[in-house]
Every structure is written in C-alpha cells, then in structure tokens.
Design a binder for this molecule. Structure first.
Ligand code: HEM
Length: 164
C-alpha cells in the first residue's frame, strides 16, 4: 500500500497530476438553506453555490508555480512528501468524495504497476505534447495521446537472445 515516506516522489507526482488536471473545476453545486453571511456578503436562502475547486488547486499563494506541472509543489527541501491543505480535488467538508481512498489507491497501484513493467516512448517530441485540457466545463477533459509502452520483461528476454 501507499507509503508516502518511502515513495515521496511518486506520491508527489500523483498529487501534482490531480492538482494540475483539476478534473472537476467547479465542484458540485450546493444550495444554501437559509440566508447566510459570508465574508461581508449576504447569500440569500436557496442561492446555488459552487465551490470552485480549481481556484484552490491553482492558488498562487499555495503553489509556487500553479500553471505548470511541478511535483515539487508536494516535496519539501529534503525531498520528502509535503501535504498541502489546498489539495482539494476530492473537495472537502461533509460531502467530500466518498470514493477518495479507493481512487487514490487505484491511482497509486496503476501508476506504479505500469512503471514497474513498462518503459515509455512518445511518438512525438515530448516538448511538443499539448497538456492543456481538451474541454473545460463541469469537468476538465484531458486530450487523447498516443504513447508506446515497451514491456521490460520482454526486453530482458531479448537481451538474453530469447526474443519471441
Ligand atoms: C480521481 C477520482 C475522483 C475524483 C477526482 C472525485 C471527485 C469528487 C468530487 C469533487 C466530489 C464532490 C464532493 C462534494 O460535493 O463536495 C465527489 C463526490 C462523490 N464521489 Fe468522487 N471522485 C473520484 C472518484 C470516485 C470514486 C472511485 C467513487 C466511488 C467508488 C466516488 C464516489 C463519490 C460519491 C458517492 C460522491 C458523492 C458524495 C456525497 O455527496 O456525499 N468518487 N467526487
């Protein structure tokens, strides 16, 4: 299972991926059940409220370089994993994502399993890959990419003259 102290960089990459992708930028809508005072504003009863998660995930007061993918957002000066209160892709509060632990476990296991067994090669120069979302609305949709995965075990067999 996930051990942030033993695999700080991997965890930082996964956190940064979720921060950067910001897949539900508007959060899910709420409706206030009574007239509510908030930071000097009156929010009348029945007003729809959107907890704009993207504004937190891209908050420059919380992340030094928010517009760029940078795993150092989740690493301290010693290279250890660093938590951030602004890491809110699953929202926060009473109705935060019910599946957070499952989703985080899957992300960790899928990524580490793929990295353990495959090496990656991009058919185009990585610097030409467009990592901006394809569409941003209720959800932020990533683009489709082509990538070559080479199975490491087969490569080892080839190295020993046992290519199939
Ligand atoms: C990377 C994957 C996921 C992300 C980023 C994500 C994100 C979210 C967000 C932002 C909310 C809204 C929370 C709110 O209203 O404040 C939510 C709600 C919810 N999610 Fe997820 N989710 C993910 C995966 C999952 C999975 C795998 C499950 C179930 C197995 C799940 C089940 C739910 C449920 C049941 C709610 C409604 C909770 C409630 O209203 O009380 N999610 N999710």
């Amino acid at each position: 299972m996930e051990d942030r102290n033993q695999m700080p960089y991997t965890n930082a990459v996964i956190h940064e991926f979720q921060r950067f992708c910001d897949i539900i930028p508007m959060g899910l809508a709420r409706r206030v059940t009574q007239d509510t005072q908030f930071r000097g504003y009156t929010i009348p009863k029945d007003t729809e409220v959107y907890p704009v998660l993207g504004s937190v995930l891209y908050d420059p007061t919380q992340f030094s370089n928010p517009e760029n993918f940078d795993p150092r957002h989740f690493l301290d000066d010693n290279g250890q994993f660093k938590k951030s209160d602004a890491f809110v892709p699953f929202s926060i509060g009473k109705r935060y994502c019910f599946g957070e632990m499952l989703a985080r476990t899957e992300l960790f296991l899928f990524l580490t399993s793929i990295l353990q067994n495959f090496s990656f090669r991009s058919p185009i120069d990585p610097k030409d890959i467009d990592i901006s979302p394809k569409l941003v609305g209720f959800a932020s949709l990533p683009r489709s990419y082509e990538i070559c995965l080479k199975m490491e075990i087969l490569q080892s067999m080839c190295d020993y003259g046992e290519c199939l």
